[in-house]
Design a protein around this ligand. Structure first.
Ligand SMILES: Nc1ncnc2c1ncn2[C@@H]1O[C@H](COP(=O)(O)OP(=O)(O)OP(=O)(O)O)[C@@H](O)[C@H]1O
Length: 499
């Protein structure tokens, strides 16, 4: 895919750079091209770190980079500070007691920094704060980097550039740490994000931090507004939702790409289906899992099969081993997912070397043979985990067993296969569909958080957006607030939406 002029400019701009990129503008594509070019141009022994929020996003960057990435760090935020700061330098700051094996278990909660330090000393566990808006891992990394000159020298000697994706989801502790690396250690930094897609404010994400970099004198700034995904009318609707994109409004002759329906609770599904093109992909995006499930069932009853994509029991596992549970589930559920695919998902950020394919294959086969017996299954999963250097827990093995044995969860591993799905909008981040159905009542639009949620949902749509407005309090708030927001730039809902 050819880079657009603005994408080209981002790739070519050296030094610290912040990119504010609206939905559908090709963030990952651009970042991958930039990393590839800058690795190629680098003639020192130093390497890069590409930091993302999820293992899946890190894997996507690895897959798309055609250059050899073995010596570079491509992984998640937490794994970066755990592997590069906490594990190697904790003893430097806290003493020899901390020269120990550490593993993460974010389901273990404490209230204070000191308690968390004791948990490491006594159990070797990196835990998290009970207050989910605070971030122990990054607070600890900050303490270490500020107090260990060896750590500072190590990071400066190793990295020539750090690339951070989805920066709007960083919390205050992460922001402080990354800006320390940039401002105090002078490691060049590239950040990309979109405050309009900040949907994790409830768990501490602090989009103001991202916006504040825009005002830093030591950063160059580029805004990406060309949406390659959505048709002009859907772009207009989403751009009018936020101050900084209002000026991108560009009127279209037809406004039939966004349909506003005001049906009753009894007939909404038939009204929606009369606007859906059955052979193009569509998604019903809802705030809650329950409403997504009920919605799928009502649409199916009314004539077009919608598959509800549930949250799986293993989805909330947050230990180091989480990736392995997912890989085992995929191996057992997806026909074409082989032992090689499992091996390709081993996070490379740790020190573990690639294990032998034949042993992994044999251990996976044993897991496959025991799927009818939870106890043997558990022992076989633990055997594979141990071989790969990971810990398991009985409650997590039970979640994996449930995920495998209850076939209603299986669709979650192959959501791409289905033409019409129903899913929460949180899970739809990063995805795109020809047609999207949203419910007005899921977004009151009375604060930025709700506006951002709505922005993410509507920008998943390529060519059709259907807004279902039932007659209830939240939906009426949505309509009133949407009108207020649009009128700030002199527009009415009717200018952009077909009633
Ligand atoms: N230069 C380009 N030319 C044509 N199409 C492009 C270009 N860059 C990206 N695209 C397409 O635009 C769409 C959006 O890209 P991508 O999903 O990477 O965007 P994004 O910025 O990550 O979006 P979001 O933040 O909304 O998830 C994709 O279908 C991608 O193939």
């Amino acid at each position: 895919m050819k880079l657009s002029p603005i994408q080209e400019k981002i790739v070519e701009t050296p030094g610290n750079l912040i990119v504010r990129a609206s939905a559908g503008t090709g963030k990952t594509h651009t970042m991958v091209n930039k990393i590839a070019k800058e690795i190629d141009d680098n003639h020192t022994h130093k390497v890069i770190a590409a930091i993302t929020f999820t293992i899946k996003a890190a894997q996507e960057i690895k897959d798309r980079l055609s250059v050899d990435v073995v010596q570079h760090f491509i992984g998640t935020n937490n794994s970066f500070v755990i592997e590069e700061v906490i594990k190697p330098f904790m003893k430097d700051v806290y003493g020899a007691d901390f020269d120990l094996d550490m593993s993460t278990d974010y389901s273990a909660k404490v209230d204070t920094f000191q308690e968390a330090i004791e948990k490491i000393r006594n159990e070797g566990i990196l835990c998290s704060y009970r207050d989910n808006k605070r971030n122990f891992i990054f607070d600890l990394a900050q303490e270490i980097v500020e107090n260990s000159s060896a750590c500072r020298l190590y990071l400066q000697a190793k990295y020539f550039k750090i690339y951070i994706d989805e920066y709007q989801d960083c919390d205050k502790s992460m922001h402080k740490f990354f800006m320390y690396l940039c401002d105090e250690l002078n490691i060049e930094t590239f950040v990309v994000g979109d405050e309009k897609q900040s949907i994790y404010i409830w768990r501490g994400a602090y989009p103001e931090a991202f916006k504040s970099i825009w005002n830093k004198p030591n950063f160059k700034k580029i805004f990406m507004g060309d949406n390659f995904r959505s048709c002009q009318q859907i772009q207009n609707y989403s751009n009018l939702l936020c101050d900084e994109t209002r000026s991108l409004y560009n009127p279209t002759e037809n406004i039939d790409n966004i349909v506003w329906l005001s049906p009753t609770k009894a007939n909404w599904a038939t009204e929606v289906l009369s606007n859906i093109v059955p052979d193009k992909k569509s998604a019903l995006l809802r705030f809650s899992n329950d409403n997504a499930r009920i919605g799928a069932s009502e649409l199916t009853t009314n004539g077009l099969e919608y598959v509800y994509i549930p949250q799986t029991p293993i989805a909330d596992i947050t230990t180091d081993t989480a990736w392995l549970y997912t890989a085992i589930a995929k191996y057992l559920i997806i026909e074409k997912y082989s032992a090689y695919d499992v091996i390709s998902e081993i996070p490379v950020e740790g020190n573990e070397s690639r294990k032998t394919v034949s042993t992994v294959k044999r251990l996976l086969k044993r897991i496959e043979e025991t799927i009818d017996d939870e106890q043997s299954f558990g022992s076989c999963v633990t055997a594979l985990a141990e071989y790969l250097g990971y810990d398991t827990r009985p409650d997590h093995i039970n979640k994996l067993f449930k995920t495998i044995s209850d076939t209603s969860f299986h669709v979650a591993f192959e959501a791409d296969k289905y033409k019409h799905i129903a899913i929460t909008f949180h899970s739809s981040k990063g995805l795109e569909f020809e047609q999207v159905i949203v419910f007005a009542e899921d977004y009151r639009l009375s604060d930025m958080s709700s506006i951002y949620n709505h922005y993410v949902a509507v920008t998943r749509a390529k060519s059709k957006l259907i807004i279902v407005k039932l007659n209830n309090y939240n939906a009426n708030c949505f309509q009133n607030n949407l009108q207020k927001i649009f009128s700030e730039s002199g527009h009415n809902i009717e200018d952009v939406v077909l009633f």
